[in-house]
Design a protein around this ligand. Sequence first.
Ligand code: ZN
Length: 326
Amino acid sequence: MMTPLRFIPFLRPMPWGGERLARVLHKPVHPNERVGESWEISDHRLHESVVADGPWQGRTLRDLMEQEREAILGAPSKRYHRFPWLVKFLDANDWLSVQVHPNDQQAAKLAPTEGGKTEAWFVLQAEAGSRIYAGLKKGVDEKKLRQALSSGSVVECLHSFEPKAGDCVFLPAGTVHAVGRGILIAELQQTSDATFRLFDWNRHDAAGKPRPLHIEESLACIDWSRMEVKPVRVPGFSTERQQLANKPVHQPLVDCDYFRIEYRALSEPCDLGGAGKMQVVQVVAGSGKLGESTMDIGQTWLLPAAMSPERCVPDATLGLLVATLP
Ligand SMILES: [Zn+2]
C-alpha cells in the first residue's frame, strides 16, 4: 500500500513574491499573482498538506501522521508527533526581512506554540546582483548591532555574498539571514513558523504601516559565534542545462541534528526509496519517471520508510535534493 506521496502545493501570495514558481517550477499560479512560497509538504497548523493522487488521495499529512506514522517515518517515528519538516520552494523577487529563528529551547520560552527553526536553502536560480545575507561580520557583538539598529545600518553588520545556482546555505537557529532579490530557492526547515524580524528595509505595507519588528526577541536568539556563513557549492548546477549527463553525482550538502541533505544528479536508471528510511525528494533540474509517474522540476516527493524501492528513470539528467532523518 505504501507508495511515493505527492501533495497539493499550498501557494502563498507575498509582497516580495514573483512569477518564477509558475514559470520555472510549473506551479498553478493565477496570472498577475505574485506568489512567494509554495508549501510542498507541511504538517504545520497554518496548513496541513493534502495528498494529490494515488491510493491516499485527499488525506491530510496530519491524518497520515496520526494513523501511519511509523510506516512514513520509520524508526525515528517515536521522536515525532508532527512531520519533522516544512518543505517549500520560495521565489524571493524582492527582499525578505532580515530575520532570525529561535532554537528549540528559546522557542519554548519566546514562541511556546512553535518549535525551533533550523533551515537550509538550495539556490535554483539567482539573478546577477542578488544577495544572501547569512551570519554576522567578524567583530560584530550585541553592542555594535544595537548601535547599528538605532542608526538604521544593520546590513553593514551582516556577512553577505552573491549567490549562484547550486549554492546550499545552512542556517542553524540563531543565524541572522535575509535573501533577495531575484532568487529561487528550495527550502527545508524544522516544522515551525517562529520568525523574529530584526529589520524590514524601512518598508511600509499597503496601509502605510511598517510591519512589526521583534528586536529584543531577535537579539535573544542570535548566535553571536555564527560569522561569515559560506555556501556549499554544487559545481556547474543549473536548472536549465543538462551538464552532468555523463557522471552520477552524490554530494552531501547538510548534516545536522534535524536533517541530512544531499544533491544527486542521475543520468542512469536507479532505485529510489525503501530500505526502511524515509526520504523527501525535491526535483530541482530535469525530468524523468518514478515508477509509473512523471518526475519533473518543481515536484516534491515523500518516499515513506515502509515503501519498496521504486525505479527512477531520468529523461536525460535529473537533479534531486534528497533529505533524510539522522
Ligand atoms: Zn528564515
